[in-house]
Write a protein that binds this ligand. Structure first.
Ligand code: FAD
Length: 389
């Protein structure tokens, strides 16, 4: 199936966005920011209560693919100036990310990554294992090749960001209807979208945007699309404060096990050893993962033996086969997908929403995101994101 770049982006009619998570709300906000407010966002539940409410808020530029690294680089600037850009405060804690590199293959990959990332202007560096204890006290480094450290990476609250986008979009005239599931799409004889149906209403639409997160595949089926987006459960656990754990410590990822330690202002978050969980929509907390997770973290950071697991939650990550988002129009005229963010959707949403809004409105300065086109899968033009955990 090919994308449809030749159709005029937009004829000025109503835009309907399916999904009021961080992605849908960001797009709606940016459309209204650029003066277009004939936008209706429909959500089956409440604003931000999908995957966005489960995200742990990481914002990192250390990706292996250029498009992911560059989007995140722009996102870091966006989050750092969120108050000026959105008009609401946002606490972006730039504590850095530190990847602990445990195999020669990872080392080679990160050496390539760092060259690319530095070319993009990202302040990342490879550190000698002996220097890592300055960042994470007591870290065991005997079996490590290096650490990849980027001090401007960080984290922030997805709840704050989605609420800000939704509030500021509404202030500019965007309608956000909650508890309003989309059940059908009306199309014209040429296949183009004409309206979106819910249980009680028909919403006319010149453009329909699928921003349904982990449920994007089902929403795509409403127009006959088979989107390669699968929900994968992802666990996270909250730990209480520890004397060695402080808010300025980098979010540390042990690539040998996938386990990570994310410092918060009071305590922190741990997780990351469940990447191989099969696709599914069961978002139950798997407490049995706590023991191997803690063991992996203690092996790397011995004082984690005192960690007190206080909470656990699980959400669905919206994974694609190459761990890249699907962004843009497609073969169904008027239908846009902003889906499949593969666990990076919180950090990418502000920038993607901004550029897609500009592209829809015909602004010449919209970023080229054709690397994220849906048709790459049919064309065999995919490149996996290697920095995943
Ligand atoms: C545990 C965990 C940790 C994560 N950590 C990070 C992180 O550190 N950094 C990061 O960038 N990302 C992270 N993510 C990923 C991030 O949560 C997602 O990429 C992001 O929230 C996707 O946003 P979204 O708006 O596309 O989806 P969602 O927030 O899921 O929103 C989609 C919305 O669509 C609605 N919807 C579905 N079907 C319909 C329908 N038929 N009609 C109307 N509405 C519908 C849903 O109700 C939902 O509100 C994490 C995810 C999890 C689960």
């Amino acid at each position: 199936m090919t994308d449809h770049p030749t159709r005029p982006a937009f004829d000025g009619g109503p835009v309907v966005v399916i999904g009021a998570g961080i992605v849908g709300c960001s797009l709606a906000f940016h459309l209204s920011l650029y003066g277009f407010s004939d936008v209706t966002v429909l959500d089956a539940g409440l604003v931000g209560e999908g995957s966005t409410s489960k995200a742990t808020g990481g914002i990192r530029q250390q990706f292996s693919s250029e498009i992911n690294a560059d989007l995140a680089h722009e996102a870091v600037d966006y989050f750092a100036h969120f108050d000026e850009r959105v008009g609401e405060p946002f606490d972006f804690r730039q504590h850095g990310y530190l990847f602990l590199i445990a195999t020669p293959e990872q080392f080679e990959q990160f050496q390539r990554n760092v060259v690319m990332q530095r070319r993009l202007g990202i302040d990342v560096r490879l550190l000698d294992p002996d220097d890592l204890a300055q960042l994470v006290s007591g870290v065991k480094t005997a079996d490590l090749y290096a650490g990849a450290y980027c001090p401007s990476d960080g984290s922030g609250s997805p709840a704050d960001a989605v609420a800000a986008f939704a509030r500021q979009a509404r202030r500019r005239g965007v309608r956000i209807l909650q508890n309003t599931a989309v059940t059908g799409v009306d199309r014209a004889a040429d296949g183009s979208v004409r309206a979106v149906r819910t249980k009680d209403a028909v919403h006319p639409a010149s453009v329909v945007v699928n921003a349904a997160g982990p449920w994007a595949r089902r929403v795509g089926e409403l127009v006959g699309l088979d989107l390669p987006v699968e929900p994968h459960p992802r666990q996270a656990f909250g730990i209480g404060p520890l004397p060695q754990l402080h808010a300025d410590m980098p979010l540390t990822v042990d690539l040998a096990s996938g386990a990570y330690l994310h410092p918060e202002v009071h305590g922190g978050i741990v997780g990351g050893n469940d990447r191989d969980t099969p696709a599914g929509e069961d978002a139950s907390v798997r407490w049995e993962l706590v023991e191997p997770l803690t063991a992996a973290l203690v092996h790397r950071i011995p004082w984690m033996s005192d960690a007190d697991i206080r909470t656990g939650w699980c959400g669905l990550r919206e994974m694609t086969p190459d761990d890249h988002a699907i962004v843009g129009p497609c073969a169904v005229p008027g239908w846009w997908n902003l889906v499949g963010f593969s666990g990076h959707g919180f950090m990418q949403a502000p920038v993607v929403g901004d550029h897609v809004a500009r592209r829809l409105l015909g602004h010449a300065d919209a970023r080229d995101m054709s690397a994220l086109r849906l048709s790459r899968f049919a064309e065999g033009e995919t490149a996996h994101e290697a920095t995943v955990f």
